[in-house]
Design a protein around this ligand. Structure first.
Ligand SMILES: [Zn+2]
Length: 394
């Protein structure tokens, strides 16, 4: 295996340049343009921007970059997202003792520009060293932070690879192979308004009915695979009016789709039951409960013996930095890609305290991840090639 040398200074400079380009969700035009320029003009790669703009509302589409292989093996993809959260405008990065941070007034944007910088460095190493590798595709998505919109709008046929890695997690020694399915729901309890001082008996108190139902349901960590939350409650218009409406918004996540539906049914059922009990007791036609359930993202589950997992583990052993396989409770682009038939594992890159103005990342962790990505590319090519030999001899 070729010894891997990462150009640390080049990697650092690329990262500093990228975080200085504003790219909050839907405003990814400038960064997409710069990334495209690096790959197309400097590295001679094939680039393509998809037609997802009408669906995402972004200035640009998702960007797909294709680097041909020097060995004819199955292609492999690597994914990162182009957008950042707020406050993400006018980032002034600080590099001190190998640690990148912002000046404290904005996020840094290591989520996920560290990944973009790592993939650019990897492509430059491929060009400079002639390491044998198969076809590699990079997928840079838009609007990840506002609902995985770019990934949701992506036509998976734009990629020829069917398996790969998303670089969008924290611990650089962890590979995430399981992420939950999630749904979101809105519940509306419809009661009846009345003057709270003059004729409260004519009212049906929507908030109190919602409160009684809510007191009886389980939230939080329901079981090792499942969580549930009600995160927003709105209701009432004045202290002297019996509230006629109470709206609750929540979510359920589970690694087990059947458990997810059970917990969802238990929550919604508690509200229907409470409203039904009230109607029965009062012989009234109210309160009613209206529900709206939306699929948020599908589950991600890559078996431990899948070729990309085996490849990542072997490659990591080779560079002396073993990977731990873990599950996460969060959802990301990887869930969507996986749901579209693109088998995706999520690689940690070292970013820390993301989505806060204290966000930071160590150059050492970025270098390690670049070495890991290179080792994965090399191992994939080597192993796929060996795997093909028996058939080519027939
Ligand atoms: Zn991210």
């Amino acid at each position: 295996m070729t010894p891997l040398t990462v150009n640390r200074d080049r990697l650092a400079q690329t990262f500093l340049e990228l975080v200085r380009i504003d790219s909050v969700s839907r405003e990814e035009g400038s960064i997409a343009c710069r990334v495209c320029e690096i790959f197309a003009e400097e590295l001679g790669a094939e680039t393509k921007t998809d037609e997802s703009r009408p669906l995402t509302g972004s200035e640009t589409g998702n960007l797909v970059v294709r680097i041909p292989g020097s060995i004819p093996v199955r292609p492999l993809f690597f994914n990162a997202h182009l957008d950042t959260v707020e406050p993400g405008r006018g980032v002034r990065p600080v590099l001190q003792n190998g640690r990148f941070s912002s000046d404290g007034s904005t996020i840094l944007g290591a989520d996920d520009k560290a990944a973009i910088a790592i993939l650019i460095e990897a492509a430059r190493i491929l060009r400079d060293t002639g390491i044998p590798h198969g076809p590699v595709e990079f997928l840079f998505t838009v609007c990840e932070e506002i609902g995985l919109l770019g990934a949701k709008a992506l036509d998976p046929a734009l990629l020829s690879a069917r398996e790969g890695f998303a670089l969008d997690s924290t611990d650089p020694n962890v590979l995430i192979t399981r992420a939950p399915q999630a749904i979101r729901f809105t519940l509306k309890v419809v009661g009846k308004a009345a003057h709270a001082g003059i004729s409260p008996e004519l009212g049906i108190h929507a908030i109190q009915i919602a409160a009684k139902a809510m007191a009886g349901i389980s939230l939080g960590q329901i079981d090792p695979d499942t969580t549930a939350n009600i995160g927003i409650i709105r209701g009432g218009t004045a202290t002297n009016i019996v509230p006629s409406e109470c709206v609750l918004e929540g979510e359920v996540r589970s690694h087990d789709p059947a458990r997810l539906r059970k917990v969802q049914d238990a929550i919604l059922g508690a509200f229907h039951r409470e409203a039904g009990r009230f109607r029965e007791e009062t012989k009234a036609s109210l309160p009613l409960v209206q529900t709206d359930v939306r699929d948020d993202y599908p589950a991600l589950c890559v078996p431990d013996d899948h070729p990309i997992i085996a490849c990542a583990l072997r490659a990591s052993e080779r560079i002396g930095s073993p990977l731990k396989l873990q599950k996460t409770g969060g959802g990301s682009d990887a869930n969507i890609l996986h749901g579209k038939g693109l088998t995706t594992a999520i690689l940690g890159i070292g970013m820390q305290k993301v989505h806060s103005t204290e966000e930071f990342i160590l150059l050492d962790d970025m270098e390690l991840t670049t070495r890991r990505v290179m080792a994965i590319m090399e191992e994939w090519a080597r192993n796929q090639k060996e795997g093909q030999q028996p058939t080519s001899q027939n």
